[in-house]
Design a protein. Structure first.
Length: 416
């Protein structure tokens, strides 16, 4: 700034000061009006739009994808260009240089004029910075999936339903039954004798939203003796897992939701031929997975009888062996036929298996309890081919709605 420019500036400053307004009350009054207007706008935004609440913070949830507020998105997007060992460049060097440029800009551009046409350096630098921030923010918003998508266990609806079926089999069957039929709980420590309403009925599925079902699983229902299952509340299920169970329930027991054809096929057990011998890996494992492993796994009161693998089925238990190849007096066969023996009571405790499933297990034991399909084919009479899944002729043991008319009336509110 030369002496002439400096003199002009000082003259304008003196004139403005002579005819200027007072800080109090004039400037204070204007500031208060603006602050009050902004306050009213924030109140209206909070009342009519609001902010979506996220679940309680859970450090054990590995599926959760943290997201910054929108005004920080450009910084996180920039880090994508500095992966791995050079991340420090994006977190330290680039922001540091940007702050340094802003700090030095008044010293670099010492132009005394205020009109934008005469402040090309300052306006040019700031325009580049702002445009860069806008570009990175838009790019981040376009490439970041919504939180609901990030929390899912699978990439498609069919995969999520099947994942939910597996989780239901492990976490829910021992109290709610393999088909959601409820009834009297047996063999569950602390819940022995509790009556649970069916969760597969229209009364449940028509009147509960997915969010309600999710919250019941997450927080539990302490007054009804249902523990919480969400990891944030002391359980062992993350948000994606709980959402998968809800999806499975909706598409399995809500007759308004159409189950995808590929799910029906994937969950089906092949129909047995007249002389065919079932195998564990094709026919029996899906039955045990759905109806048995919720109780018969480590950490449960089950007389040390585990059923997650073929070896466990054949060799574990206080009364092992529970399966004797070729012997229809095996403990397993007697219990699924509702006998109460020293090795245990009727299994499953709440409701017996469907006749077609009992037939599969019976023919499996009678045929020598083969493990693989190859072993079953080798044991079958000559000319008998292994069964194949035919969509129109399958036994869907996991994802077909049960007959709820046969379920006895219960006295407590259901809980997934």
């Amino acid at each position: 700034m030369n002496e002439e420019h400096k003199k002009q500036y000082l003259d304008k400053y003196y004139q403005a000061k002579q005819k200027g307004v007072k800080f109090f009350p004039d400037i204070i009054y204007k500031d208060l009006l603006i602050v009050f207007a902004i306050f009213i706008i924030l109140i209206m935004l909070g009342t009519f739009i609001g902010v979506k609440n996220e679940p309680r913070v859970d450090p054990n949830d590995s599926a959760y994808v943290p997201r910054p507020e929108w005004y920080f998105l450009f910084l996180f997007q920039m880090l994508k260009y500095f992966p791995g060992e050079i991340e420090w460049v994006g977190t330290t060097v680039v922001p540091g240089l940007a702050v340094l440029v802003l700090f030095l800009l008044p010293f670099i551009d010492r132009n005394p004029y205020r009109h934008f046409s005469k402040r090309k350096i300052g306006i040019g630098v700031m325009s580049l910075i702002v445009l860069g921030m806008v570009f990175l923010t838009v790019q981040a918003a376009a490439t970041t999936p919504p939180s609901e998508e990030a929390d899912t266990l699978a990439s498609s609806l069919s995969e999520e339903i099947l994942a939910g079926s597996d989780l239901y089999s492990i976490q829910c069957v021992e109290c709610h039954g393999g088909e959601g039929e409820g009834g009297e709980i047996k063999g569950v420590e602390g819940l022995e004798g509790v009556i649970v309403n069916p969760i597969n009925s229209q009364d449940m599925m028509y009147t509960r939203t997915d969010e309600t079902l999710y919250n019941i699983i997450d927080y539990g229902q302490p007054n009804l003796q249902m523990p919480p299952f969400g990891t944030a509340n002391g359980g062992e299920l993350g948000p994606g897992e709980m959402r998968a169970i809800v999806t499975f329930m909706r598409y399995t027991w809500d007759d308004r939701a159409e189950l995808p054809q590929e799910v029906t096929a994937a969950s089906a057990i092949p129909v047995l031929g007249p002389d065919e011998i079932p195998s564990y890996e094709v026919h029996v494992a899906p039955i045990f997975k759905r109806y048995c492993i919720s109780c018969h796994r480590p950490g449960k009161e089950n007389q040390n009888n585990l059923m997650q693998t073929y070896d466990e089925v054949m060799n574990t238990g206080d009364n092992a062996p529970n399966v004797i190849p070729g012997d229809l007096m095996s403990n397993l066969i007697r219990m699924i036929n509702r006998e109460d023996i020293d090795a245990g009571g009727p299994m499953p405790p709440t409701k017996g298996l469907k006749p077609e499933l009992i037939e599969i297990l019976t023919r499996w034991v009678l045929g020598g309890a083969p493990n693989t399909a190859a072993e079953a084919a080798a044991a079958a009479p000559a000319g008998v081919a292994p069964s194949e899944v035919v969509p129109s002729e399958v036994i869907t043991t996991t994802l077909t709605a049960p007959d709820v008319t046969a379920i006895p009336e219960a006295t407590t509110t259901p809980a997934p």
